[in-house]
Ligand binder design. Structure first.
Ligand code: NAP
Ligand code: MG
Length: 462
């Protein structure tokens, strides 16, 4: 795909205000793929003004017409799914099969779900002697990460457009190409000028300008807890609404009567897919002491098999960070049973699928988000102990529970301080609310709950 050298603002590609560019690097071979403009506060300001100007018209557009534009957008994305997959593979490094099955397919499904919701959602309801209108919150400033680069954009842009909001997106610096492709798709779908705008750039420059802009009514951020905390502080001071999807350190709890082989194999695949760069990954596997050694052996075998299929991590910086955590795990006394801190190839930002056994709950690798292909296996004594360990981090984004008896798994899941739990390998549901407890975030994305984030209520009494 050819990179644009401008910003998509007010329905056209316009020259950037400054001269600086960002180099986009293929993490599999370290070659520069393209450059995109590094936006400044002036670009952000132009984009927010365009979004503001387009807001009254789009907010007043009947939901059925907004639904029609979203259906067209879904169709364009579907028609361009191969291009989406190759673009994500080039700039993120994900294996092409994974890009096709996940990085392209999930955003198409999510766009389709909002096309449908826009047409069916009750934007008006009766409550006693009141009529309650669910109105768009206004101009959205969206700041997104690189790990699921198109999904993260669609999970904000689609509900925003369905709600009648207008939006400015600042994508991650590492993955701006699929963001530009998305802007092209929005254009092709006939979404009116100014409703969707894209400013590429660096977080502390363009991202910060967007979060601080007085013309933004809602800041929707997905990324690290450290940056999210700063954005929430800026938004709080300006009394703006903020939605945060942050980090995770989720637990995969294997109860004693579970199918151990399945639980371990699915658990390893969950951590290694996308090279471990999944905020909701089950990076801590909790196993009963009687099955511990068997689980460790199974996990080591599964990780070794995964080694041939894994892509690189996104950048040299990320590789360094992940290898640093692996060294820290060794230094703190955890036992390496697969992978390790040596980069497995000379070229490309690869990390070997790594499994640690004998991990204590308070070790750094069991507390901090690594965001790489690293699994920690922890031993528990009984269910109460497992629950204490599962809930014993500052995060609460996701999790898994395995048990022969589904009711037992559900009872355990209900006691976990986390936003979503997969029972015995339950499938991803793009309509279920996604978001975190504790420091994993504020607000929910996807489905009707995700749409509600972009609405505010007005009550009229009769
Ligand atoms: P990050 O550094 O927080 O970046 C996320 C986004 O924020 C990027 O667009 C980034 O721009 C921008 N940004 C950075 N500093 C900023 C600032 N001072 N003001 C405004 N924007 C700023 O996170 P990352 O390293 O790219 O992504 C990995 C993290 O995201 C992990 O912690 C992961 O758990 C989290 N994540 C969470 C979810 C979820 O749904 N909960 C999903 C995916 C990822 P640059 O690209 O220029 O840095
Ligand atoms: Mg960053």
């Amino acid at each position: 795909m050819k990179a644009h050298d401008g910003m998509y603002i007010d329905g056209a590609w316009r020259p950037a205000a400054g001269q600086d560019v960002i180099e986009v690097v293929n993490p599999a071979d370290e070659q520069v793929l393209a450059t995109v403009p590094a936006g400044t506060a002036a670009d952000v300001d132009a984009a927010v003004r365009a979004a503001r100007a387009a807001l009254p018209g789009w907010a007043a557009t009947p939901p059925a017409e907004r639904a029609a534009r979203l259906t067209a957008l879904r169709d364009v994305l579907d028609a361009r799914r191969d291009e989406i997959a190759t673009t994500v593979t080039a700039e993120l490094g994900a294996p092409l099969k994974f890009s096709q099955a996940v990085h392209a397919a999930v955003p198409i499904a999510v766009a389709g779900s909002y096309a449908e919701l826009a047409g069916t959602y009750a934007f008006e309801e009766k409550v006693g002697n009141s009529t309650v209108y669910h109105e768009p919150i206004g101009v959205v400033g969206a700041i997104t990460p690189w790990n699921y680069p198109l999904h993260q954009i669609v999970a904000k842009a689609a509900p925003a457009l369905a709600a009648g909001c207008t939006i400015v997106v600042k994508p991650a610096e590492n993955t701006p190409l699929v963001a530009q492709l998305f802007a092209e798709a929005v254009h092709e779908a006939g979404v009116p000028a100014g409703v969707f705008n894209l400013v590429t750039g660096l977080g502390p420059v363009a991202g910060q300008a967007l979060a601080e802009h007085p013309g933004v009514d809602l800041v929707s951020f997905t990324g690290s807890t450290a940056v999210g905390r700063r954005i929430a502080a800026v938004a709080g001071a300006a009394v703006k609404k903020v939605a945060l999807e942050l980090g995770g350190k989720s637990a995969n709890v294997v109860l004693p009567d579970a199918d151990l082989t399945k639980a371990v194999n699915v658990g390893v695949a969950n951590v290694m897919s996308n090279s471990g760069q999944t905020c909701s990954a089950w990076t801590r596997m909790l196993v009963h002491r009687d099955q511990y050694d068997e689980a460790v052996e199974l996990a080591a075998q599964a990780a070794a098999k995964y080694g041939e299929r894994i892509g690189p991590v996104v950048s040299a910086r990320q590789q360094e960070r992940v290898l640093g955590y692996i060294e820290k795990g060794v230094a703190e006394g955890a036992r390496l049973v697969a992978g390790g801190p040596q980069a497995p190839r000379e070229k490309g930002y690869f990390v070997s699928p790594t499994v640690f056994a004998d991990v204590a709950p308070d070790m750094t690798i069991a507390q901090e988000e690594i965001f790489g292909p690293v699994l920690s296996i922890l031993r528990y004594e009984d269910e109460e102990d497992a629950l204490r360990i599962a809930n014993g981090t500052v995060y609460g984004l996701a999790g898994a529970v395995w048990a022969a008896d589904e009711e037992r798994a559900v009872a355990f899941a209900r006691r976990m301080d986390t936003g979503q739990v997969d029972i015995n390998g339950g499938r991803f549901n793009p309509l279920a609310p996604f978001g975190g407890y504790k420091q994993s975030g504020v607000g929910r994305e996807l489905g009707a709950h995700g749409l509600a984030e972009y609405l505010q209520t007005k009550s009229l009494q009769f």
